[in-house]
Design a protein around this ligand. Structure first.
Ligand SMILES: [Fe+2]
Length: 201
């Protein structure tokens, strides 16, 4: 481990892992004490009524393919939620959102299965300017389920140089939403896991 890696790893300390989640002490000394997924801004590019589908790719679409999957779980951190509605939207590799086409490109909704699982095939989004700064690459989420509070959030990707100055991705509460992209095969496709823990109503 070199010095930079050590500093990165020592900026958070894991105090314990149990069936009810992980307790983490942030760099500022505060604790993030349970598994609840934290919220993020909705942003200006949300569109209602995206198609119900799991594949957001089309032939000729630019961008590395990512297989994004995870579970939706209750606030006890372990009970899966079936039939939760998981909605994602993001920009293309040029940093553009589809705000008006009937194709709803890079937008989709899906219901979790009986084990709480969801999965999407999509592309790694690009970045876009927000004022004078680039927003780091991100995927927006909106998740709802019976007896749970609706969650609006975003995920980011480890190693993105724009996270540090982004007002939302740099917040301590976003730390558990900055995720590893893992090679899915030898063809450049990527895999990403994001489990979502909803609050009770
Ligand atoms: Fe966005």
């Amino acid at each position: 481990m070199n010095r930079k890696e050590f500093l990165l790893k020592s900026s958070i300390s894991v105090f314990g892992v149990s069936t009810i989640g992980t307790i983490i002490q942030q760099a500022d000394g505060t604790f993030n004490g349970d598994c609840e997924t934290t919220n993020d801004i909705l942003g200006p590019f949300y569109r209602a009524d995206a198609p119900m589908r799991s594949d957001l790719t089309t032939e000729g679409l630019k961008g590395a393919r990512i297989f994004l999957q995870g579970k939706v779980l209750q606030s006890d951190c372990q009970t899966p939620i079936s039939n939760a509605l998981v909605e994602i939207w993001h920009c293309n590799t040029e940093g553009e959102y589809d705000n008006d086409s009937p194709d709803f490109n890079q937008r989709a909704r899906i219901l979790t299965d009986s084990e709480g699982n969801y999965q999407f095939k999509t592309i790694l989004p690009g970045k876009y300017m927000n004022g004078t700064l680039y927003r780091p690459a991100h995927i927006h989420y909106r998740v709802s389920a019976k007896n749970s509070k609706e969650l609006i959030s975003q995920i980011y990707f480890k190693g993105d140089p724009h996270i540090e100055k982004d007002p939302w991705a740099s917040k301590p509460k976003a730390q558990l939403r900055i995720l590893d992209l893992i090679p899915a095969d030898t063809n450049g496709n990527l895999s990403l896991n994001f489990d979502i823990y909803l609050k009770d109503i």
